[in-house]
Design a protein around this ligand. Structure first.
Ligand code: NAD
Ligand code: ZN
Length: 406
């Protein structure tokens, strides 16, 4: 079968790999119909993880079940399913608590497993024609409709970035009426904005420097903030000040609440320096979050901070150790949440929002490609050029790459 594998820094290859076979009675074999390229894959592509050469990548996967082991009872061949990127056993302590992002048994190295990802266990990825699904009863979400229908893109986004964006809004304690700022208008930040709107936030700001991504944020009802126009935190303070009814209803002392209730870091450790955009500044976004959030507010860290990082500048940052204004965190009495998203906690409900027309995550999709075009798509997505915001690999269609303006 054809699959995308990691070769070296800035090099992905499309090649022939053995088609997976059932190894246990609880496995299923999935024929992939669509697979996403994620911002998380770029950390590996940039050589910023300890990934082995030749690993088949891809953790955003949907398709049609081809075969199931005799121990699988709720999923049948022919079923259309999407896989949470977290692989979970369903029977350990954390899975019982709904914390499938920290499953204790599927990854021998640490808590939490995923398809085709550095440090997340020995699982082949799904940017491939077929993928093996362990504990298929637990790790498949059943979908309505037919392969390639109008929901194909929306459903694919249930594997990761939609539930991840929703989880970011949960970590940041977004509730009806609250004010929210999201740093990063990649797929995760955009779907955090969509989720914050679904949860009833009164103001949602989205910060980035890429015009087409900020425009998508606006399409979801958020207020775009362009880093090119100056310090993004100061811009949000100024925008909030312009809101007359809010200012007129202020009581004494509320000038200390000039920021927002909820902040989300949807960028992570490869954040760009606000003052020198060609350089990275790993703590840039977290520093901005702490300046912007109101006292007693919430910070959701959904952008990834990874170690070991072979591409980092110095010994400490290679281990993910940075200097961080912890006094500000304490002084403001903030609550911080972070980590991988437990996709299974949300994916059924988000599927039903899609099916009932209340959510349209696929607005973020910019390109559909064939697997042969994956190496080039990685390059453009990594450089964030030519409008590459979210790329989906389609299988079983024409082998020619086709860009869609969806
Ligand atoms: P992405 O990498 O394309 O998005 C990042 C965006 O941040 C880009 O648009 C970039 O221009 C912007 N950015 C960079 N520096 C910035 C700064 N200083 N201020 C504001 N914006 C800045 O892709 P993505 O898929 O949206 O992923 C975002 C992050 O979320 C990545 O770190 C990814 O690994 C992570 N992620 C986490 C989970 C999880 O479960 N926690 C799941 C998926 C992705
Ligand atoms: Zn992902």
């Amino acid at each position: 079968m054809k699959a995308v594998s990691y070769e070296s820094k800035h090099k992905m290859a499309v090649g022939s790999h053995p088609k997976p076979e059932l190894k246990s009675a609880t496995d299923a074999l999935l024929r992939v119909t669509t697979s996403g390229i994620c911002g998380s894959d770029l950390h590996m592509y940039d050589g910023r993880t300890g990934l082995d050469k030749g690993t088949v990548v891809g953790h955003e996967i949907m398709g049609i079940i081809e075969e199931v082991g005799e121990g699988v009872s709720s999923i049948r061949p022919g079923d259309r399913v999407v896989l949470p990127f977290n692989i979970a056993c369903g029977s350990c302590f954390n899975c019982h608590q709904g914390n499938t992002h920290a499953c204790l048994t599927m990854n021998p190295e640490s808590a939490g497993a995923a398809y085709g990802y550095a440090g997340m266990g020995p699982y082949q990825g799904g940017q491939a024609e077929y993928v093996l699904v362990p504990f298929a009863d637990f790790n498949c979400l059943k979908l309505p409709g037919k392969e390639g229908d109008e929901w194909e893109d929306d459903f694919l986004l249930l594997s990761d970035v939609f539930p991840t964006g929703y989880h970011a809004a949960e970590l940041a304690n977004v509730k009806p009426g609250k004010t929210v700022a999201i740093f990063g208008a990649g797929p995760v930040g955009l779907l955090a904005a969509h989720s914050a709107m679904l949860k009833g936030a009164s103001e949602v700001y989205v910060v980035d420097s890429i015009p087409e991504r900020l425009q998508k944020a606006e399409e979801f009802g958020a207020i775009p903030v362009d880093v090119n126009d100056g310090d993004p935190v100061d811009q949000i303070f100024a925008l909030r000040k312009k809101n007359r009814p809010i200012q007129e209803s202020r009581r004494p002392g509320e000038e200390k609440m000039a920021g927002v209730d909820c902040v989300i870091d949807a960028v992570g450790y490869q954040a760009r320096d606000d003052n020198a955009p060609s350089q990275e500044k790993p703590m840039q976004v977290l520093e901005n979050c702490l300046r912007l959030v109101n006292p007693t507010g919430h910070v959701g860290i959904i952008g990834v901070y990874l170690a070991p990082d072979p591409g980092a500048k110095d010994k400490e940052s290679k281990q993910g150790v940075f200097s961080f204004p912890v006094a500000k965190l304490f002084d403001k009495a903030l609550t911080v949440g972070s980590g991988q998203a437990p996709v299974k906690r949300y994916n059924e409900y988000l599927r039903d929002l899609i099916v009932n027309g209340r959510a349209k995550p696929s607005k973020i999709v910019s390109h559909h490609i064939s697997i042969d075009a994956a190496p080039e798509a990685y390059d453009k997505f990594d450089k964030r050029i030519d409008g590459y915001t979210k790329v989906l690999i389609r299988f079983g269609e024409s082998k020619k790459s086709k860009a869609s303006a969806a």
